[in-house]
Ligand binder design. Structure first.
Ligand SMILES: NC(=O)C1=CN([C@@H]2O[C@H](COP(=O)(O)OP(=O)(O)OC[C@H]3O[C@@H](n4cnc5c(N)ncnc54)[C@H](O)[C@@H]3O)[C@@H](O)[C@H]2O)[C@@H](O)CC1
Ligand SMILES: Nc1ncnc2c1ncn2[C@@H]1O[C@H](COP(=O)(O)OP(=O)(O)O)[C@@H](O)[C@H]1O
Ligand SMILES: [K+]
Length: 491
């Protein structure tokens, strides 16, 4: 599991540790890890560190200090290092002295700095780290926009990315690799910030940290959560997932939600709705019940809403009246937005909401009676949006899109690292809803069901798209689920 902590917590942990260690120890640890990664990258690209061109972009804070000490270490190994000072009057004095004593060059003019930047083999982005506020300022912005041929290594965080939120309020340096210190920052795991970070490497500096603000599952975590039948299992103990989806207008949504549900680990899928004929023709193993969720027989979790059309309101009401977990998606969310959070007030079992940002906007409007916020604003602030919705509806929320974010009403937040934008295709959300509902029926808590579903769905999208990628359909994503499930179990 990857753990991320917000800036306030990182600073408190650093202060606590620094008080017990000789001055400068943490920065030396950070710089040593950073220099080691840069040396590996240069060796991989050029065969050696000696003679390679390295540019250090140094801002006015400790982030610049880390970068300068790492640059000095590379200079001692024979790299031709140029330190570009973006705020010469406030540069980290010790770091600058280290570069000078290692015979590094120091540049303050912007034009010279930009020319060096463009032809370097490796650039260390030490403009700003967790102390960054707002978009990059003018002097720094020109580097974000300049052409370059070398690899860019961000120090702790790509400059211009908000460490706590992943928001990018203006320009930011696009890194190939980010070396972060002590813990991941949430902004490295959540888009748009995550897309600026490249491959992220963690360097331990000895911090003792409290529980994380944000986590991201990895293969081993998912493998441990996957429901696997044992010798005593029968279909009911494995869980029956009820799918209330599809309508005369959208029968395909029912088929796709069932396709996801059949591959999610429940022992059986029970379908209710008007698309029974289409569903059974495609998947004869589906149990079909007349009428709505009310009185549909044994079900351990409901999925309501995909392609629900006109009947969505009634179906939603019947599912919410049950005492089993309910996943609400698509038209079910539109109805819930009209009803507001009060519609969930009487529930005794977990509720999982799976909006994209357009649906999230309607849900938020339903929560406080205001006009819906712009979906683009919600997408730019994904963590805050998911947390806000979870708090307003007292439900677990899976916010879809570029970086899926899952927030529990208790405050826990997971982000999913596996997606691909090829998944932005009609019906892929229906597959995800069926898959997550199946995991709920198999007994996973809502946070786990949602994050495991997002993880598998993202991997299935990548598998279906292949390398370097091609358009996929939602059906192919569903078909790829068993392969990625096995891959996760194999580690
Ligand atoms: N505190 C510690 O013990 C450690 C800190 N470390 C490093 O220190 C960094 C934090 O250092 P600081 O607290 O000095 O903060 P930063 O170096 O991240 O940034 C602060 C400076 O950047 C300027 N700045 C802020 N926003 C800007 C913007 N948008 N555009 C341009 N300049 C901007 C500010 O005026 C300020 O001078 C971490 O990210 C990490 O790299 C590491 O050395 C590990 C140990
Ligand atoms: N840019 C993107 N990057 C990664 N995943 C995306 C992106 N856009 C959409 N997705 C994923 O694609 C799926 C689309 O779901 P949804 O919007 O509900 O589509 P539909 O309603 O057509 O099924 C979700 O899993 C979502 O997270
Ligand atoms: K940086």
């Amino acid at each position: 599991m990857r753990h991320a902590h917000r800036v306030e917590i990182v600073r408190a942990s650093e202060a606590e540790l620094m008080a017990r260690l000789p001055e400068g120890t943490l920065m030396q640890r950070a710089a040593a890890g950073l220099a080691a990664t840069c040396a590996r990258l240069l060796t991989g690209r050029r065969g050696r560190v000696y003679g390679s061109r390295v540019v250090v972009l140094a801002g006015s804070g400790d982030n610049g200090g880390d970068a300068l000490y790492a640059g000095a270490a590379l200079a001692r190994r024979g790299a031709r290092v140029t330190a570009v000072l973006l705020a010469p009057e406030r540069v980290h004095a010790g770091g600058l002295a280290a570069v000078r004593s290692a015979r590094g060059r120091v540049v303050v003019e912007r034009e010279t700095g930009l020319a060096e930047f463009s032809r370097a083999d490796l650039v260390l982005d030490g403009i700003v780290g967790i102390g960054g506020r707002g978009g990059l300022r003018a002097g720094a912005r020109s580097y974000a926009e300049a052409a370059r041929r070398g690899v860019v290594v961000a120090v702790d965080l790509p400059s211009g990315v908000d460490a706590d939120t992943g928001e990018v309020p203006g320009a930011a340096l696009r890194a190939d690799v980010t070396v972060c210190f002590g813990t991941y920052k949430p902004g490295l795991l959540v888009d748009p910030g995550a897309s600026y970070a490249g491959a992220v490497q963690l360097v331990g500096i000895g911090l003792e940290l409290p529980p994380p603000d944000v986590t991201a599952l990895q293969h081993a975590d998912v493998a441990a959560l996957l429901p696997v039948p044992d010798v005593e299992s029968d279909k009911y103990r494995r869980g029956v997932v009820g799918v209330a989806a599809g309508s005369a207008t959208y029968p395909g949504a029912a088929v796709l939600a069932v396709a996801g549900a059949l591959r999610g680990g429940a022992g059986a899928v029970r379908y209710v709705g008007t698309a029974a004929e289409e569903v059974v023709r495609r998947f004869p193993e589906t149990l079909v019940t007349e009428g709505g969720p009310h009185g549909a027989g044994r079900v351990q979790a409901w999925v309501v809403g995909p392609g629900g059309g006109e009947g969505a309101r009634q179906t939603l009401a019947e599912a919410l009246a049950s005492d089993v977990p309910v996943l609400v998606d698509a038209d079910g969310l539109t109805e819930l937005g009209r009803l507001g959070p009060g519609a969930l007030a009487g529930r005794t079992a977990p509720t999982l909401l799976t909006p994209h940002t357009g649906e999230a906007a309607r849900l938020l409007a339903g929560a406080d009676g205001t006009a819906p916020p712009a979906a683009a604003d919600l997408a730019a602030a994904r963590l805050a949006t998911a947390r806000r919705l979870a708090a307003a509806y007292r439900a677990t929320v899976l916010l879809k899109g570029s970086t899926t974010v899952i927030a529990d009403p208790g405050g826990a937040v997971r982000v999913n690292p596996t997606g691909t934008s090829w998944l932005a295709t009609a019906g892929s959300g229906d597959v995800l809803a069926g898959l997550a509902g199946s995991l709920l029926a198999a007994g996973l808590p809502a946070l786990d069901a949602a994050s495991v579903a997002a993880y598998l769905h993202g991997l299935a999208g990548r598998h279906a798209a292949g390398e370097p990628g091609a358009p996929v359909t939602a059906s192919w994503v569903a078909e790829a689920l068993p392969v990625v499930w096995r891959g996760v179990r194999e580690g």
